[in-house]
Design a protein around this ligand. Structure first.
Ligand code: AMP
Ligand code: ZN
Length: 313
């Protein structure tokens, strides 16, 4: 297999582009995809400081590595969700990466902030760990981004993530989610701008980037691994991609170009005020995070009173 651009021995084939690349040409292809996403969607300017939300996995570390090594001012954010061994190891990966690259990493520890780990919060409010995890991550990401006064928050969402989310949203006709599914969510009333610079690159391509750049990332999925459905959607799209390369890209980019504008017209973004308790943006008087936290504290108190001997695990 030879590189399509220079004829050297290729290290990766990309059927959807009908191409194969050697290491330098793959890295150039990767850079072009990220640069195009940033400039075409006006994600941020070269001098802006961007906060990269990192999980310790391949996508977010590849993103942070790429931005930092292309001269973008960055700060990393890791949210320690308190998910036993998984959080300990992923935090270690982020800290080691930041140290090796000489980059600033902010760590928010959910247990220190709330007094509970994420699974313990979920058990007390009788919700799934994944839904509480999503809420907690959105809340602390925005709060930290405001505190650090960054221009934007960048996440490592890739083409597989975005296409499978789109498939789920279409199958369930989630009108509000469809209206807001976009590589850029503009800043609004206390919400910091959110961007996804890797949204045109596949999981396989971000993996190749990490391997070629020697980035030590965490391979394991979270033990609470988001509903089996999102994995199933990714598998289904991979099967379609195998038969018809380029399907994921066409599905997502076609939606963004042709269909999304009508969804956003039909579903304007909700009005946001400031939460009475914490000041973060909210559609209600008290934000979802504060309501969840007081619910968890009430559950804990009720249990302690009943049993008179401590709380639930
Ligand atoms: P996920 O929802 O786990 O697929 O993650 C999507 C993106 O959210 C990742 O690419 C990261 O940018 C960000 N992210 C996930 N987990 C964390 C975390 N614990 N701390 C900070 N950012 C995270
Ligand atoms: Zn609040």
């Amino acid at each position: 297999m030879k590189c399509r651009r220079c004829g050297e021995v290729a290290v990766i084939d990309l059927p959807r582009h009908n191409a194969a690349f050697c290491k330098p040409c793959f890295l150039e292809y990767f850079a072009r995809q990220v640069q195009q996403a940033i400039s075409k969607f006006r994600m941020f300017a070269r001098h802006h400081r961007v906060m990269v939300a990192v999980s310790g996995g391949k996508d977010s570390l590849a993103l942070w590595h790429w931005l930092a090594s292309h001269g973008q001012p960055t700060v990393g954010l890791y949210i320690d969700l308190g998910i036993a061994e998984y959080s300990r190891v992923s935090r270690e990966r982020c800290e080691a990466f930041a140290q090796r690259m000489g980059l600033q990493l902010e760590v928010v520890d959910v247990r220190q902030e709330t007094g509970f780990s994420t699974p313990a919060l979920a058990a007390r409010v009788r919700r799934t760990t994944c839904s509480v995890c999503g809420l907690v991550k959105r809340y602390f990401t925005n709060r930290t981004a405001r505190r650090l006064q960054v221009a934007a928050v960048a996440t490592g969402h890739n083409l597989d993530d975005e296409a499978s989310t789109l498939l789920g949203n279409v199958l369930h006709w989630q009108m509000g989610y469809l209206a807001r599914q976009h590589p850029v969510l503009p800043a609004a009333d206390g919400l910091v701008r959110r961007v996804k610079p890797l949204f045109t690159l596949t999981e396989r391509e971000t993996l190749a980037y990490c391997l070629l750049q020697g980035i030590d990332f965490l391979e394991e999925e979270c033990p609470h691994a988001r509903g089996a459905t999102s994995i199933l959607y990714k598998e289904l799209l991979n099967r379609l991609e195998l038969i018809s390369p380029g399907t994921k890209h066409q599905f997502l980019l076609g939606f963004l170009r042709r269909a999304r504008p009508s969804f956003s017209q039909a579903e304007p973004p909700p009005e946001l005020g400031a939460c009475r308790e914490c000041g973060e943006p909210s559609t209600a008087e008290v934000c979802a995070y504060c309501r969840m936290l007081s619910g968890a504290r009430r559950a804990d108190d009720a249990f302690a009173t009943k049993e008179n001997k401590g709380g639930i695990t």
